[in-house]
Design a protein around this ligand. Structure first.
Ligand code: DC
Length: 283
């Protein structure tokens, strides 16, 4: 991932980060008045291109971008580099807290800092990728990450955030939710292309099986399993190009924001299930 520094402040802790000026870059959303708070969540399994799509959508709409997978990857890198016992959850979480993980949102993509230093160079290393799945299944660690992510949502209320649990757990009241999906075969083909480009041998069937197994593990784990929130727009990217996916997401956001301008009905709709007007309002 290429990090473009916007200024030389990366090594200092950005306590209050100024909001990026809104600069819609595509005709679809151009002129669309964006509200002060606009949280867009993008969840889905690995290999659906969520991260690049989320970043592109954030660019088009002039929003900030949060890669929550990077936070779990950083936790895995810290555990490896400090030789921590990942079964000692208290020690692990204390050490992660001590490292003061936070993003510098002045960089594009935002730089994840650990004790004030970028940890980006470690995030995609093989040892980190191998350990991140069990690390991300640790309940106490997730609680800490969720807390940090919600805090980021307060400091950056115009945000596209991407992960596995953003719409279901972290921001259940997000303004727009997406769930990206692609068949295991297509995701295996995408991964095979990457491996092939690196000159590595590729077994497509084995890749597909590994992806299906991981989907099963992720969606059946007890802690924050991967689920499609009921109110999310589900998009199957199997037969879509990158641009088509970003276009579809942007069009949906535009529709949702456009529909908000419609006049609200004066009275609450009758609830057919109750047979009387409205309801108690409690869930
Ligand atoms: O999206 P990614 O490959 O960078 O994610 C790294 C790992 O973190 C992966 O095992 C899924 C997990 N993850 C998670 O459990 N919850 C998130 N919100 C983001 C990532």
């Amino acid at each position: 991932m290429t990090t473009v520094k916007k200024n030389d402040r990366a090594r200092r802790r950005p306590v209050v980060v100024p909001m990026r000026p809104l600069s819609p870059q595509s005709p679809q959303s151009e002129g669309l008045p964006l509200p002060d708070r606009l949280i867009i969540t993008i969840d889905g399994p690995a290999g659906t291109g969520k991260s690049t799509v989320a970043r592109a959508l954030a660019h088009r709409l002039g929003l900030d971008f949060l890669d929550t997978g990077a936070m779990y990857r950083a936790a895995a890198a810290i555990a490896i580099d400090a030789a921590l016992d990942i079964h000692d959850h208290d020690q692990l979480v204390n050490e992660i807290e001590r490292r003061d993980l936070h993003f510098d949102f002045d960089a594009d993509p935002p730089t994840l800092l650990c004790c004030g230093e970028s940890i980006m160079h470690r995030l995609r290393d093989d040892d980190v990728t191998r350990l991140v799945s069990p690390i991300a299944a640790i309940d106490r660690l997730r609680q800490e990450m969720v807390r940090k992510q919600r805090q980021i949502g307060v400091q950056h209320p115009r945000l596209v955030t991407e992960g596995r649990d953003q719409g279901s757990v972290v921001f259940p009241d997000a303004d727009v939710k997406f769930f990206l999906y692609a068949s295991p075969r297509v995701r295996a083909q995408r991964r095979a292309k990457d491996e092939h480009a690196k000159g590595l041998p590729v077994d497509l069937d084995a890749l597909e099986q590994a992806i299906s197994d991981r989907d099963h593990r992720d969606s059946t784990r007890t802690v924050a399993p991967l689920t499609c929130p009921a109110d999310a727009e589900r998009i199957d990217t199997s037969n879509m190009s990158f641009d088509q996916v970003v276009d579809a997401l942007e069009a949906h956001v535009t529709r949702v924001l456009g529909s908000r301008k419609a006049p609200r009905p004066a009275h609450r709709a009758r609830n057919p299930a109750l047979g009387s007007a409205g309801g108690t309002g409690s869930a």
